[in-house]
Design a protein around this ligand. Structure first.
Ligand code: NIG
Ligand code: FE
Length: 455
């Protein structure tokens, strides 16, 4: 079996419609944001008796890049014809008993950087601490040095390569943070490259400004370095980023020893006044007030949350209860790769009706994986999510974390036709076969962009 990426997508033989037939299951994830017990509901339509040739086996109809409907095949065909859609104008795609899900959404990545940091893996195996490596000038700072030296072409080539990897693991939309420039020209370059790669497609890219990822090297020797860098962020980087118009969100690494909640509040409030949505790296390594701040600010997401305080969990639960949910974007591949024992209290979040999403955190230091299916596996094993909860967390809830749930993340009439077809008969098997290549076909905006062909 070979995986083929189709440049620009196959235009369904020039036809406006696409009909995916003979699925073993269609996990629609329809019905909106999942919290509490509903996280464990995939709104799935299964083939009767597990037979994809059955006339009532599920099918999905798309038209001009959007979903028309999903349902048992005979009923769907009748409904299409009854509404004036000529079946001859649909290209046919055989799901061959596989599972159809929404295209996966990765709501937290650091897509663009130069170099790699495999040496740190060995240092950490020998007991070195992640933040100590950073304070000694390694970690994020070593990637900053490499990234500043990289050309736009080099960053583009790197981004294209890893977006291709993400796509081949079923991902159709990602968020991509800057944060390895820490000066205005490099931050703008990262945001521009992320934007252009998204335009190039097929993976859609939503850029986030993460100037507050670490204190920039030129500020570190100064006694007031962190404070001076925060002022530089607010007074120089942020206006430049907003004038460029590529970033949708602002993010801060709010962590004991990096940026305090007070500093994060100033940065995110200034960014919000200029139209950027807020996200936070919150309580990754120690309870640092990040969850509390995310709730206070009404951030779109609080990410990591491996070590939230009880008050932080209460604050997120209260925000959700008040109808202003902050999505908890959990990054279990990061805690795994850092060999940390403390993992995000995902079951508590679900019990407290805090919506949970999952992301790769793709980056060279703490999570160099582009694979959301692998993250789903780790979430099941380490965070005790069910496979269905894990799928909700990388589809409908991940879309909500990015504010795009009206467009993507579920298979519902009117949504963008972003679909992944898996070579397993139920979505429950997606995290069950770790590191297997289960992606059979990927459809983006109604066009087939990946297909695994027998060779
Ligand atoms: O989300 N924790 C901060 N930022 C990244 C890691 C960045 C790096 O180590 O290069 C994260 O884990
Ligand atoms: Fe991150």
């Amino acid at each position: 079996m070979a995986l083929r990426l189709i440049q620009g997508g196959r235009a369904s033989d020039g036809l406006p419609g696409l009909l995916i037939e003979h699925a073993g299951e269609v996990a629609t994830m329809a019905g909106g944001l999942r919290v509490g017990a509903r996280m464990d509901d995939a709104s799935a339509i299964a083939a009767p008796g597990g037979d994809p040739q059955h006339e009532a086996a599920p099918a999905v109809a798309c038209w001009e890049g959007r979903i028309l409907a999903a349902g048992p095949r005979v009923e769907l065909l009748q409904a299409l014809e009854g509404s004036g859609y000529t079946l001859a104008r649909f290209a046919r795609l055989d799901a061959a008993g596989g599972t159809v899900t929404p295209g996966l959404i990765d709501p937290h990545t650091h897509l663009l950087f130069a170099g790699s940091r495999e040496a740190e893996l060995v240092l950490r195996q020998r007991g070195a601490d992640y933040l100590e490596i950073l304070q000694a000038g390694g970690g994020i700072l070593s990637t900053v040095t490499a990234t500043r030296a990289a050309t736009e072409d080099e960053l583009t080539e790197h981004g294209r390569r890893w977006l291709g990897e993400m796509l081949s693991h079923g991902t159709t939309t990602i968020e991509a943070k800057s944060g390895y420039g820490l000066d205005l020209p490099t931050e703008l370059r990262l945001l521009e490259v992320a934007h252009r790669l998204g335009k190039e497609g097929p993976v859609e890219v939503l850029p986030t400004w993460l100037g507050a990822h670490a204190v920039a090297p030129e500020f570190r020797a100064r006694p007031d370095g962190t404070e001076a860098y925060v002022r530089h962020l607010i007074e120089e980087q942020l206006p430049g980023v907003v004038a460029q118009g590529r970033a949708r969100f602002a993010d801060v690494f709010c962590e004991r020893g990096v940026f305090s909640p007070a500093q994060a509040r100033r940065i995110l409030q200034a960014a919000a006044r200029l139209g950027l949505g807020s996200r936070l790296h919150a309580d990754e390594l120690a309870p640092s007030g990040g969850a509390e701040l995310a709730a206070e600010l009404g951030a779109m997401s609080a990410d990591h949350l491996a070590m939230p305080s009880a008050a932080g969990i209460d604050a997120l639960a209260a925000a959700a209860g008040a109808g202003r949910p902050v999505i908890a974007v959990l990054l279990p591949a990061t805690t795994w790769f850092l060999m940390h024992e403390e993992v995000a209290p995902a079951r508590t979040f679900i019990e407290r009706d805090i919506p949970v999403a999952l992301a790769t955190d793709f980056n060279p230091g703490t999570s160099p994986t582009p694979s959301l299916p692998l993250v789903m596996t780790v979430a099941c094993l380490a965070l005790k999510l069910t496979p269905t909860e894990a799928l909700a967390a990388v589809t409908v809830n991940a879309a909500a974390a990015l504010g795009i749930a009206d467009d993507v993340g579920s298979i519902e009439s009117g949504r963008q036709a972003d679909l992944t077809i898996w070579s397993v008969p139920s979505h429950r098997q997606i995290p069950y076969w770790p590191a297997a290549d289960l992606v059979r076909t990927v459809v983006k905006r109604g066009r087939v962009v990946v297909e695994r062909a027998a060779i």
